[in-house]
Ligand binder design. Sequence first.
Ligand code: COI
Length: 354
Amino acid sequence: MIDTSTIRIEKTSQSRINELDEDNIPFGKLYSDHMFIADYIDGEWQDLRIVPYQNMSVSPAMTTLHYAITIFEGLKAYKNAAGEVVSFRPEANASRLNVSAERMCIPQVPESLFMDGLTELLKLDSAWVPSKPGTALYVRPFVFGTDEYIGVRPSNNYRFMIITCPVGSYYTKPVRVKIETKFSRAFEGGTGYAKAGGNYAASLYPARLAQQQGFDQLIWTDGKSHEFIEESGTMNVMFMIDGVLRTAPTSGTILKGITRDSVLTIARDWGMQVEEAPVKVSEVVAAAKEGRLQEAFGVGTAATIAPIATIGFEDELFDLPAADDSFFSKKVLKELDAIRTGEVEDQRGWVYKI
Ligand code: COI
């Protein structure tokens, strides 16, 4: 059993909070004053602590540096209208972390360890939660194997950490995406559904080729036929075609996005027609050509709701109408923001007060 009340706290003597400029927050560059750490040694999580954010010393033979035995999560903390710090569906992140952990032979992180570490860290660094619209404190929990061993096997020892960084938008303007039909992100039986570091590493080369062609991101298709839409590099994707909200079902190859689930839940509660079923690339392309693709957008924690401006497929480019307040993507983002700030009642128990 873990006694999470034993979190040791070592406060920094030199806060860097004056480096935070709420009007100009680049994504992932500035980290808050503290970080949470727990070590898995001899089969149990121990030495729970919050310490000043700092570099770590690791062995050059640390297994994760060689074999990517690492998983992560992404969630956000916000200030509500009353100035309190809240987080959005953190229990869902705790549970998804353990789905990833199982696939990567990483020990389970008890929900209480995840939630207590998160809560204590956010209490201590509450001043780092920005309050301007569109900003948040991004929270990055992660686990990695720490064995000093370069043989290929699961690690015996692990570290679970939480770091946080104030963020603005991940995408500062509507994105240009390319439907990828040569490279693959995931296959059935692989690790696509896990939030595993290696999945992201493997996506970088195809993404770079697309960036050289002027795109911001890829839309991945299934690894076998490349006929079906899967997800984008940093977010799940949704399409509004003929008034129906369409997205691929989550599966062994698609990440179970928490923002994805929240958007689908709201859409259904609003009485919209929602179809969580395979989406053919050819359907999206035909709808774009015929003006029936009313909206396309990415959904993710970091990306929030990211309108897609242009879709590239083979040699063609399809420009989509600019999203205005009448678009579902705008309305649902407003609703999510209102739930977090408390302007709209949190009927689904999504908001967690720190
Ligand atoms: C998130 O949205 O939190 C993610 O983990 C995506 C990340 C790769 C930026």
